[in-house]
Design a protein around this ligand. Structure first.
Ligand SMILES: Cc1cc2nc3c(=O)[nH]c(=O)nc-3n(C[C@H](O)[C@H](O)[C@H](O)COP(=O)(O)OP(=O)(O)OC[C@H]3O[C@@H](n4cnc5c(N)ncnc54)[C@H](O)[C@@H]3O)c2cc1C
Length: 396
């Protein structure tokens, strides 16, 4: 395994790191304290600069205006962007659009790509992914209730979803719905593109998550699909292939998430060390003189490096052999990196004392919002269970 990067890639990474520090860190206070839509004009200015610099959509296909980077290279960029809560959005590679772009690119028809993929990669529209239901377990989504019944040339969708991230203001949703109720459990559901202005698509509310309902890209909606009728041409991929495509979406997506989380780790670690070294707690002593803080610093440094090495190894393995051959590592990094990130954020917040609880630094924001890392894209426990089962097979 060799993670050496080209000089060109190093130059790109340095440019991105400088941009994040000089252009994004200064507007974070506004992001953390003002409604998201109020900040959008400033964000659009930054996005225009990113396009001019040729750094737009680093992970997306070149034929649609992205940089077309591979998993390892994009992983490193994702880490650099993770250092600011605005990083991925400003560079056009934010969730959930990034995953939707990937599956549209792989499974979309020419007409679907023309209508949705181009504008999505360009950042002219946003999208959302609508799978999880209130009444059904997201950790076992084959128990899905939302249905899409064939009716002439259309599908008629009925159901209630929640946690559809960024639905507020999105142009379309990719909805998972049961199209083949009599098929085997994993072949019952399909993905269907639903423009959000379709009659019967109704956002019930933006759910308050950790005290914030948010808005626009920064929100999670509850949605009712009531006799929501779309052409059958809006089917993404084949009928009954929804779960297969969802798995494809999640595999590489986990690398993106994990590298973003490692970017958060790095920034939280920098904040931790800076605060420890500068916060005076006596006439000639700072927090950094305390053994317990030193232990937090040492443990955080080691945990971040270990998590990073395994994540890059996983990205490399996916690139070499495909995501199916990297299933065990994908499960490992999902809970390992999420846990590492939450511990590092917690230590950094603790060292900041009362300041850590405010929105004057991004720590409290991450403490609230990144707690979800242990739940979405498969809860920790589900990954641990499937990993342990695979390992135990070798002993039985
Ligand atoms: C911030 C955030 C954003 C999200 N964005 C989206 C989105 O854009 N689109 C979308 O469709 N969904 C989204 N989700 C939903 C997410 O995918 C689900 O919350 C997740 O799949 C878990 O499903 P659930 O909430 O129904 O929990 P449940 O399935 O009810 O599970 C609850 C708990 O049970 C435990 N558990 C589950 N399985 C096992 C097991 N095998 N062994 C032991 N314990 C287990 C775990 O502790 C788990 O946390 C988002 C969620 C969050 C929090």
């Amino acid at each position: 395994m060799d993670f050496t990067i080209s000089d060109e890639m190093q130059t790109t990474l340095t440019m991105i790191e400088e941009f994040v520090e000089k252009e994004l860190h200064p507007i974070e206070f506004l992001f953390l304290n003002e409604p998201f839509r109020d900040l959008l004009p400033r964000i659009e200015e930054k996005r225009a600069r990113v396009r001019e610099m040729g750094l737009w959509a680093p992970n997306h296909p070149t034929e649609y205006g992205g940089m077309g980077l591979g998993l390892v290279e994009y992983g490193l960029i994702s880490e650099a962007l993770g250092g600011s809560p605005l990083g991925h959005f400003v560079f056009g590679c934010q969730a959930p659009d990034a995953g939707n772009i990937e599956i549209l690119h792989l499974h979309g028809t020419d007409a679907q790509k023309r209508e949705w993929l181009g504008p999505l990669v360009a950042g002219r529209i946003r999208s959302c992914f609508s799978m999880t239901e209130i009444e059904m377990p997201g950790s076992n989504p084959v128990l899905m209730e939302t249905s899409a019944d064939r009716n002439g040339a259309d599908y008629v969708i009925n159901g209630r979803k929640w946690y559809t991230t960024a639905a507020d203001g999105a142009a379309f949703a990719i909805v998972m719905a049961v199209t083949n109720p009599d098929a085997a459990p994993h072949e019952r559901a399909s993905m269907i593109m639903v423009p959000t202005d379709t009659p019967g698509f109704e956002i019930v509310r933006n759910i308050a998550v950790m005290g914030e309902a948010g808005e626009d890209w920064m929100s999670h909606s509850e949605i009712v699909y009531r006799d929501c009728r779309v052409p059958r041409a809006n089917l993404l991929g084949d009928e009954g292939r929804g779960f297969v495509i969802a798995q494809e979406r999640l595999g590489p997506g986990r690398i993106h998430h994990c590298m973003r989380w490692l970017g958060i780790c790095r920034r939280a670690f920098e904040l931790l060390c800076t605060r420890a070294a500068t916060r005076r707690i006596g006439p000639s002593r700072t927090l950094a003189d305390k053994e317990i803080v030193q232990a937090w610093i040492a443990e955080s440094a080691a945990e971040i490096e270990a998590a990073r090495a395994l994540t890059l190894q996983t990205a490399w393995r996916i690139e070499q052999y495909g995501w199916k051959q990297a299933r065990e590592e994908i499960s490992m990094i999902k809970f390992l990196v999420a846990g590492t990130m939450l511990r590092v954020i917690d230590r950094a917040l603790q060292v900041h004392g009362g300041l850590g609880m405010t929105d004057d630094t991004p720590l409290a924001f991450w403490y609230r919002h990144e707690r979800a890392a242990r739940i979405y894209d498969g809860p920790d426990e589900a990954h641990k269970q499937s990993l342990a089962r695979r390992i135990l097979k070798r002993y039985r």
